[in-house]
Design a binder for this molecule. Structure first.
Ligand SMILES: [Zn+2]
Ligand SMILES: [Zn+2]
Length: 290
């Protein structure tokens, strides 16, 4: 088939929901009702040759691969044909060890990321199961020869203590999808990409669907932790910058929601506001044909 399918295998911020050590209402309900669990962000991409590629590998890899086989059918190949990583923060990489001897025992999967991320992962002993392929910023690569799509790495600013951070554009035969789970601020991303607002940015990089950083709803969210130490543009700010969806706008969905974010709740006024403006919060288990 001449299409590539992107499946959403995780929608939460690195800590997932329920988050370790949290007794907030949302986390407690997710302990009681497993359907309310949200895994750390991850996409599973099926190429036109049925090859399977994962963007970000969290510690919930087992559940996320099961979710992929629920979506694509029981005979679906459970071992990814490639792994692609945006940056070195916890929830994006902490499942890489599961490919090793103690669990899956593979040793030949291509791992695609920037030079800095690959260096960091090797220092931590996380690349032994992989064949590493470095990609430079603003270039593209086909994860395997006949997959029928490319991934393009776009450098974005994000508290880069040890590594750099990239957004990923997946270009399929029909459409292009942006995966931008983490960045520090729109202003810095506009500066980095020479753009002036969100529409200009998405237009310049030519995407039809954008999954963008929706970590926090607004600045009041983290009562005990200083937001300036954990910078992300809030959903409120993004909505303000965007206004209502217009004809010919790309589809935009928020992803990477923290457990504290009220937009996690489908019945919240915050969620209704996002929907009423023509945007959305991406659902775990949903798919996009590109
Ligand atoms: Zn993250
Ligand atoms: Zn919580």
């Amino acid at each position: 088939m001449n299409e590539v399918i992107v499946s959403i295998l995780g929608v939460a911020q690195d800590g997932g929901i329920p988050q370790a050590g949290c007794n907030c209402k949302r986390c407690l309900s997710a302990h009681e009702n497993l359907d309310l669990r949200k895994f750390p962000v991850s996409c599973g991409v099926i190429g036109i040759d049925d090859s399977f590629h994962m963007i970000e590998v969290s510690r919930q890899l087992s559940e996320q691969l099961k979710l992929a086989s629920d979506i694509f059918g029981p005979n679906f190949p459970v071992k990814p044909d490639s792994v692609i990583i945006t940056h070195g923060h916890l929830g994006h990489i902490d499942g890489l060890g599961l490919f090793g001897k103690e669990v899956m025992g593979v040793n030949d999967v291509p791992l695609i990321s920037s030079e800095k991320v690959i260096n960091l992962l090797s220092k931590r002993g996380l690349v032994e199961s992989f064949i590493c392929r470095e990609i430079s910023p603003n270039t593209k690569i086909e994860p395997t020869p006949d997959c029928g799509f490319s991934v393009e790495f776009l450098k974005v600013p994000h508290r880069d203590e040890e590594t750099d951070t990239h957004a990923i554009i997946i270009r399929g035969p029909k459409k292009s999808l942006l995966f931008l789970p983490d960045h520090d601020s729109w202003d810095e991303t506009f500066r980095e990409t020479g753009t002036k607002d969100i529409r200009d940015f998405l237009h310049k990089i030519r995407v039809d669907i954008a999954l963008i950083d929706g970590t926090f709803w607004d600045e009041n969210e983290l009562k005990n932790r200083k937001m300036d130490k954990i910078p992300h543009p809030t959903i409120s700010e993004s909505l303000e910058l965007l206004g209502k969806k217009r004809i010919n706008d790309p589809e935009i969905y928020f992803i990477h929601l923290n457990h504290t974010n009220p937009a996690n709740d489908e019945t919240s006024i915050q969620r209704k506001k996002i929907d009423s403006m023509g945007w959305g919060v991406v659902l775990q288990g949903s798919i996009f044909s590109i």
